[in-house]
Ligand binder design. Structure first.
Ligand SMILES: Cc1cc2nc3c(=O)[nH]c(=O)nc-3n(C[C@H](O)[C@H](O)[C@H](O)COP(=O)(O)O)c2cc1C
Length: 503
């Protein structure tokens, strides 16, 4: 195709993000030849476990000349997350969650552009020319059932009843050169859309996008309300609308700056044995199971495309760790704010608990039942309901991102006989390894822990030991004189200024 028609778009959003990340020294280009069969993922796991690990751009992939793949995009790195949401890096994770929470109040719908200007249309294939195995889909873990082209992906579907366009991240295992699985956990939006199309006796139109803007990955992996479109939040969070063009196979709005897009349909009741897949829990979630798949009818990709890949793993190398934690934290906080819960100091989803397992909300208690209200809503709001197991509410002096402080509050302010509630038969997934025998899946349960000072006794609760602010400042002033190796810590929990003088 003529170069000039792409004058409007000469760089993908992913390229723009990679450029910024590289300038910060947080991208490692791997030019040695690597095999997408276990080698890229093994290297990512080994590198990604280290604090501050870089994003990895594989430029020489065995069997896939001209193709590139990026792994550990966000990893456990706050700077790269901030860049993904269009912000300068910040120091504290709660600050980043707060920025994203505030931006989640904004929406801006996508703008339609001429598909002829979209880089992704540099190469278009249909019919017998389609071969999706040309892309460097990895096998991540030894017992994976196949190669997963879709991990850091945006899946576009439409609700046939109200036309809402959904964007979600759902895994996709290659079935054949023009068929690919689409695994949605129960209750996920693309699965609900699919059921509606199938109830009408029609196949569901779907687009699978890779080489996506990390911001599109952010909104795709966030649980927004079921009647809202992630595309609108992309515009709101990013500050400018997503450019889309209409796919002629599906009629869906397709992200113009993605590097690879497959269009096709999911046909009623057609399934195949998909999985297992080494999942975000750090386990193979379930054995191979019957799963719908997409019959691919059109493939579009830019020259020399880059595939976005998300390794699921235990520990820091989990792309669903800090990344998913940030999204869940911001969304829970945003949901509670929208519901008008007062006194919110912050919300967090603990990355150390694989990003999804433990939610913490910090509030300034203002009335009887306030803590119970906050913890129950955090457990069941759209941002927090899926899968999370433990939801903890703490007072305003506890930093919800500081696991040590949260554990201290649980140990000193909760009374197990009074402070714990269990929610049963909650929204969960077949992938939870603890739900046994497997036939009980996908029903989950949640433990709500009130780790606030009991409000009934708030005025006579044993006072917390706090420093004199005056003395703290004096000590900071003299810090160097003490000859300590460390810097003075930045603390802010102080006694009221008028505490009594003592002889
Ligand atoms: C890297 C990554 C992979 C994911 N894979 C799946 C998946 O295979 N199936 C699924 O249902 N959810 C998966 N999720 C979670 C969903 O993306 C998330 O719940 C999101 O809210 C789904 O979009 P929806 O709310 O529009 O359904 C994944 C999340 C991440 C971060």
């Amino acid at each position: 195709m003529d170069e000039k028609v792409f004058a409007g778009i000469n760089q993908s959003d992913l390229d723009a993000w990679i450029e910024k990340v590289e300038k910060l020294g947080q991208l490692k280009r791997i030019t040695a030849e690597v095999d997408p069969d276990l080698e890229t993922s093994t290297l990512t796991y080994m590198v990604g476990r280290e604090e501050g690990s870089p994003a990895l751009l594989f430029e020489n992939i065995k069997g896939h000349p001209g193709h590139k793949a990026v792994y550990n995009m966000i990893g456990c790195n706050l700077d790269r997350f901030c860049i993904a949401i269009g912000e300068e890096p910040v120091d504290h994770p709660l600050e980043a969650a707060q920025i994203l929470k505030d931006k989640m109040h904004l929406t801006e719908p996508p703008v339609e552009i001429d598909g002829a200007n979209a880089l992704v249309n540099q190469n278009i294939e249909t019919g017998d020319d389609i071969d999706i195995t040309k892309f460097p889909a990895p096998r991540m873990w030894p017992l994976d059932g196949g190669k997963y082209l879709g991990t850091a992906t945006a899946v576009i579907t439409r609700d046939p009843e109200n036309d809402r366009v959904n964007v979600g991240t759902y895994r996709q295992m290659i079935k054949s050169k023009d068929e690919i699985g689409l695994y949605t956990s129960p209750g996920k939006d693309a699965g609900l859309d699919r059921d509606k199309w199938w109830a009408m006796g029609k196949p569901m139109p779907v687009a699978l996008c890779y080489g996506i803007d990390p911001l599109l990955f952010v909104v795709a992996a966030t649980s927004f309300a079921k009647n809202e479109s992630e595309y609108d939040y992309y515009g709101g969070i990013g500050g400018s609308p997503l450019e889309t063009f209409t796919g002629d196979v599906t009629g869906l709005p397709l992200p113009a700056r993605a590097e690879i897009i497959l269009e096709g349909h999911v046909y009623p009741d057609a399934t195949f044995a998909e999985g297992p897949f080494g999942e975000f829990t750090g386990y193979y979630g379930r054995p191979a199971g019957e799963t719908p798949y997409v019959k691919v009818e059109k493939v579009r990709y830019r020259d020399d495309p880059t595939l976005t890949c998300a390794l699921m793993a235990d520990g820091k190398a989990n792309e669903a760790g800090l990344f998913w934690a940030m999204l869940r934290a911001a969304k829970v906080w945003n949901d509670l704010e929208k519901m008008g819960v007062p006194g919110l100091q912050g919300a967090w989803s603990v990355p150390e608990a694989a990003g999804w397992g433990i939610t913490v909300v910090s509030i300034k208690q203002m009335y009887a039942g306030h803590a119970s209200q906050a913890v129950n809503l955090a457990a069941q709001c759209m941002g927090g309901a899926y899968f999370g197991k433990y939801v903890i509410v703490v007072d305003e002096d506890i930093d919800p991102t500081n696991v040590n402080e949260v554990l201290w509050a649980m140990a000193t302010r909760s009374r197990p006989s009074e402070s714990i509630d269990i929610l049963r038969e909650t929204w969960s997934t077949y992938l939870d390894p603890s739900l046994n025998p497997p036939e009980i899946r996908p029903w989950g349960s949640k433990c709500l822990i009130n780790a606030c000072m009991e409000y009934k006794h708030i005025n006579d609760f044993s006072p917390r030991t706090k420093m004199s602010e005056k003395m703290y400042k004096a000590v900071v002033e003299r810090w160097d004189e003490y000859g300590l190796d460390s810097d003075a810590p930045n603390l802010n929990v102080f006694e009221d200024a008028d505490f009594p003088e003592k002889v």
